[in-house]
Design a binder for this molecule. Structure first.
Ligand code: SF4
Ligand code: SF4
Ligand code: SF4
Ligand code: MG
Length: 989
């Protein structure tokens, strides 16, 4: 690390001064950024050439100075490797470390290889390149971490080739691609790059790190070679998302880095599930500097912190002979025989693995740490790896506990210290029987699943996506993925799931309405279905208009439940008709019942879907997303899919909603029995609203053309039946539900009469546009309030029939909680660590100023009816609509937990923190006030609401002197908003 003072000495202060003196200033005014025409622009650009030309020398001079300061040789290009190398690679960035490490290995085998590292890419200086190029070089491979489709080569490759043009010395120069999308680049891949260079016919424009069995660009990787310096200890940890494994490993690295002279490195790989996903930590320690910027493929130590993983992942892949494996599980020797899959037993026996178990869950619960096993597993790690003497390790761990938990009180400190001692004492060494080497898989019945699930989704779920060849994606070249794939995941991550108490249920369907994961649903059975139901499929007589003679049941899918507990929390039945029970037993009881429930015919046609209760009889076309347990965003979108899913198009801004909605291969959007469902695509923050506008305009054009054709048809010599159908369609063209029927009618009559004339042929050709589409632009506050606001505003201004839904978490949730313009006063967020000092923007009010935009603020946990009403009004309004939804998020730190996130929405409204309203421009036409305030005067304390969330309460710990002042400000700002709404609601029209 260079200190600022040292760097300061390098600065040319005269140049800085001259630069400052050129700054814009009315004391000596000039104009910059003038409009220039073809007559002079070009000359001006060329006039700057001499400055660019001088850059390489200036940079080189500074690099020299830096080299003096750091002792590291630093130049525009640096060479590493054999002085008499014949084969070299040219590359830039972190891959150079991997290449250097590989070179060390190859040099030790007597090979003549090298590397030119690019430090100054632009201006690209051939002078400095040739300065370091060994004269012995015969062949050069240039690696680019980019792909330029359609070009004759990637940029660095072309630069290198070009500087040799016209020179006498002409080595062989080839180019290759690596590391796209952060694909790991390993020494084994670098070895084949050198091998390829040396071969009689080197492959040009090659790839490494993948198997390209279509274009055959890939170089074939041979055995995994471990080139890390001797004495490096490499460790891998399998953990469950948010179980503390990653945090514990960060601490371990810090302890070792701070207290020993060992070098340490850590990488963490995750999947994109927000809850219940898996994490793999990769840690290296060693006496020599670690130049391995890639994951671990050859491990001395592997720990698995979750026993269910033994059935899901190839845990011991890459374990070294006689390596160590630690499994956190409650199993004794006999149970291990039964529970471990044959492949794992074989891997243990064949590699003579030292196998240990530890029942960390039991220890944690005995100590009072609940399910926090991280400290126990960390202690076991130090004990078994002996990276540092165990006595020292214990001391460091305990010191660390003091500083980590000191603030939380003596009891927590003591419990964690106890966890360290117990972790060390409770490791059980397992004697591995030799017959494990011959263990054979039981043949299990494999359920039929679609090809995509079998060939892509399942390997990816096993963390084997890296091994999928290019051909696996044949037919998906444009990035198209099938819907409904989350229903195959059956993750079983909930420790507790709800159990339905038949008698107590009042059939309100609220549990289904609010379930963030679409796991709990009401089903209606007719007599025939009831007769086929399993015995445990208890039902009761359905109540409600239109449901006469049917049976009712609430069914959950226990393997898809996250155990968030919101359903049981809000169930309004006296004595609660839902209780949270241990998942394991309930899984056994309910899995088949769920399968049966899916065979029950949907009966939403019997009722009007537009009420809280009835909407839940429609199948949700957003299910089992990977959102955090209890996420406040998903239920809104799920409701949309129940109301409009079969004719819905979604433009989704990047953010949490794009991650839980459609992270390949887990697509939570799904289809009806007829195969219809939301058509979904994702765009950037910057242009998502415009992206949706494009969809809306395209659909409108098509439907306007259909209208023309129908009108033409009415003038033609068609039979009456057709004309009636056309007329019915034209009369209801903008009514979503009726247009479905009208479209079906048009198709029926056209099929029956088969005119085969240009008009009806074109109608048939455009039949996908007959039904009115429901167009939704969805995203978070980071999109709508901040980065995409310009687009949101533009789209609202166009008057187009389009719906914008903002999932307002008041923070950038997906990127770790940065403050947005939606973050209210006093909230602590990244970039607002001392509490936000300015108020939340009133997006709704800004949109209302157009006068023709439908605007609503909703919070479904506070007022379900209002939410449904607003969504229905917005959707049917023939103009732009904006709905802002209050969405509790893990980043709020709700003190009563995410199992009360829905109830928290209610608290937000009751305390006057969030306001419910609707602004409906249609009412103006009736001479009424368009603004309806649905929130009453606050009935509970604003302050208590703030205190119920850590995002607010923590300001007390960090900045105690300003906390009260900020809280007062926050309340004042919320109150001011309410007063504005009240005045709007009271306006006379
Ligand atoms: Fe029944 Fe409770 Fe669900 Fe209402 S919330 S349907 S009462 S289980
Ligand atoms: Fe849905 Fe949560 Fe209830 Fe499970 S516990 S059914 S995920 S609300
Ligand atoms: Fe998790 Fe918050 Fe994102 Fe929901 S919005 S998935 S709770 S981070
Ligand atoms: Mg957000």
């Amino acid at each position: 690390m260079l200190e600022y003072e040292e760097l300061g000495k390098l600065l040319d202060y005269d140049a800085v001064k001259a630069f400052r003196e050129r700054a814009l200033n009315p004391e000596h005014p000039v104009a910059r950024g003038t409009a220039q025409n073809p007559d002079i622009y070009f000359q001006g650009r060329e006039a700057a050439n001499p400055f660019y030309e001088r850059v390489p020398d200036i940079v080189a001079d500074y690099m020299k100075e830096i080299s003096k300061l750091t002792g590291r040789d630093y130049k525009p290009f640096n060479y590493y490797g054999a002085e008499d190398a014949e084969d070299i690679i040219v590359a830039m960035g972190s891959v150079c470390d991997t290449i250097e490490e590989t070179i060390d290995y190859l040099l030790s085998k007597g090979e003549k290889v090298g590397l030119i590292k690019v430090h100054l890419y632009r201006p690209f200086s051939s002078k400095y390149f040739f300065d370091v190029l060994p004269s012995t070089v015969k062949r050069i491979a240039v690696l680019d971490r980019t792909k330029e489709p359609g070009s004759v080569g990637e940029p660095l490759y072309l630069d290198v080739k070009n500087i040799f043009y016209g020179r006498e010395f002409q080595p062989l120069i080839i180019g290759g691609r690596y590391g796209l999308g952060s694909k790991d680049t390993t020494p084994s891949q670098i070895i084949v790059v050198y091998k390829n260079l040396k071969s009689s016919e080197p492959k040009d424009r090659f790839t490494i790190g993948i198997v390209d069995d279509i274009g055959n660009t890939s170089l074939k990787e041979e055995d995994i070679v471990d080139v890390t310096p001797q004495g490096t200890i490499q460790c891998k940890f399998w953990g469950l998302g948010s179980d503390g494994t990653v945090g514990a490993n960060k601490t371990a690295v810090k302890i070792i880095g701070d207290n020993t002279d060992l070098y340490a490195q850590a990488y963490f790989s995750y999947d994109s599930k927000k809850s219940g996903g898996s994490t793999i930590s990769h840690l290296r320690f060693g006496k020599k500097p670690i130049k391995s910027p890639y994951l671990i493929y050859s491990a001395d130590y592997i720990a698995c912190h979750n026993s269910s993983f033994v059935n899901h992942f190839d845990l011991l892949k890459g374990i070294k002979k006689k390596g160590t494996f630690v499994l956190n599980c409650p199993w004794n020797k006999e149970e291990l025989e039964e529970k471990l899959p044959a492949s794992l037993k074989r891997a243990i026996a064949e590699n003579q693995v030292e196998f240990y178990t530890i029942d960390a869950m039991k220890i944690a619960s005995e100590i009072g740490l609940g399910n926090r096993i991280n400290m126990i597993m960390q202690a076991a790690f130090f004990k078994l790896t002996n990276v540092i003497p165990i006595g020292d390790a214990i001391r460091y761990l305990k010191e660390n506990i003091e500083s980590l938990y000191g603030r939380k009180g003596e009891k927590i400190v003591e419990m964690n210290k106890m966890a360290v001692d117990r972790g060390i004492d409770s490791i059980v060494k397992i004697e591995v029987p030799s017959y494990w080497a011959q263990a054979e898989e039981e043949i299990r019945e494999i359920k039929e699943v679609p090809d995509f699930v079998k060939n892509i989704q399942m390997p990816m779920a096993r963390h084997e996506g890296d091994e999928l060849p290019v051909s696996a994606f044949k037919g998906m070249e444009d990035g198209t993925y099938p819907l409904g794939t989350t229903s195959y995941e059956k993750r079983g991550i909930a420790p507790m799931v709800p159990q339905w108490q038949t008698e107590k249920c009042i059939q309100c369907n609220q549990c289904s309405f609010i379930c963030p994961h679409a796991v709990i649903r009401p089903f209606l059975l007719d007599g025939e279905e009831k007769s086929k139901a399993p015995d445990t499929f208890e039902t009761k007589k359905a109540v409600g208009k239109g449901l006469e003679g049917l049976e009712y049941r609430i069914q959950i899918s226990p393997l898809d439940c996250t155990g968030c507990g919101n359903c049981a929390d809000i169930c309004p039945a006296p004595g609660k008709a839902l209780v949270m029970v241990d998942a394991e037993e309930e899984i056994e009881r309910q899995v088949d019942n769920w399968e049966f429930a899916l065979t029950i015919r949907e009966k939403d046609y019997l009722i009007d879907k537009g009420t809280v209760k009835n909407s839940q009889f429609a199948r949700p076309l957003l299910e089992f997303s990977g959102a955090c347990a209890g996420c406040g965003e998903t239920a809104y979108v799920k409701l949309l899919t129940q109301l409009y899913g079969d004719r819905m198009m979604i433009a989704n801004a990047t953010g949490c909603s794009s991650i839980w909605g459609a992270s390949a291969p887990s697509i939570a959007y799904s289809t009806t029995a007829e195969g219809r469902g939301p058509a979904w695509a994702n765009s950037l923050f910057e242009d998502n609203a415009e992206y949706g506008l494009g969809m809306a305009i395209a659909v409108r054009q098509m439907r306007e053309r259909l209208g023309q054709l129908m009108r033409q048809g009415l003038q033609m010599d068609f039979d009456e039946e057709c004309k009636e159908a056309f007329k019915y369609w034209l009369d209801n063209v903008d009514d979503g539900e009726i247009s479905k029927k009208a479209s079906q009618r048009v198709l029926e009559v056209l099929k029956k009469h088969n005119h085969n004339d240009p008009v009806t042929n074109e109608i048939l050709e455009k039949k996908d546009y007959l039904t009115k589409k429901s167009i939704w632009v969805i995203g978070g506050d980071g999109w709508a309030y901040d980065i995409g606001y310009g687009g949101v505003d533009q789209v609202l201004s166009t008057g187009e029939d389009i719906n914008l839904l903002v999932l307002d978490t008041e923070i950038y949730s997906n990127t770790g909680g940065q403050s947005s313009k939606s973050t209210p006063t006093a909230a602590v967020a990244k970039f607002a660590a001392a509490g936000k000092r300015v108020r939340k923007k009133d997006l709704g009010l800004m949109a209302m100023s157009y006068g023709y935009v439908y605007v609503a603020q909703i919070a479904l946990g506070a007022n379900m009816n209002q939410a449904v009403k607003a969504i229905k009004e917005a959707e049917s309004y023939k103009g732009p609509s904006l709905i802002i939804c209050y969405a509790p998020c893990i980043s709020h730190g709700i003190k009563s937990g995410m199992g009360t996130s829905v109830a928290q929405e209610k608290r937000a409204v009751e305390s006057g923190y969030w306001h419910l309203y609707r602004y409906n421009p249609m009412l103006k036409e009736e001479g009424k006030n368009p603004f309806i305030l649905d929130s009453k005067e606050p009935t509970s304390s604003f302050r208590s609401f703030l205190e119920s969330e850590i995002r607010y309460s923590q300001i007390r710990n960090v900045f105690p002197d300003v906390a009260d002042e900020l809280f007062t400000q926050a309340e004042k700002h919320a109150r001011e908003r309410y007063e504005i709404y009240k005045r709007l609601a009271e306006t006379n029209y």
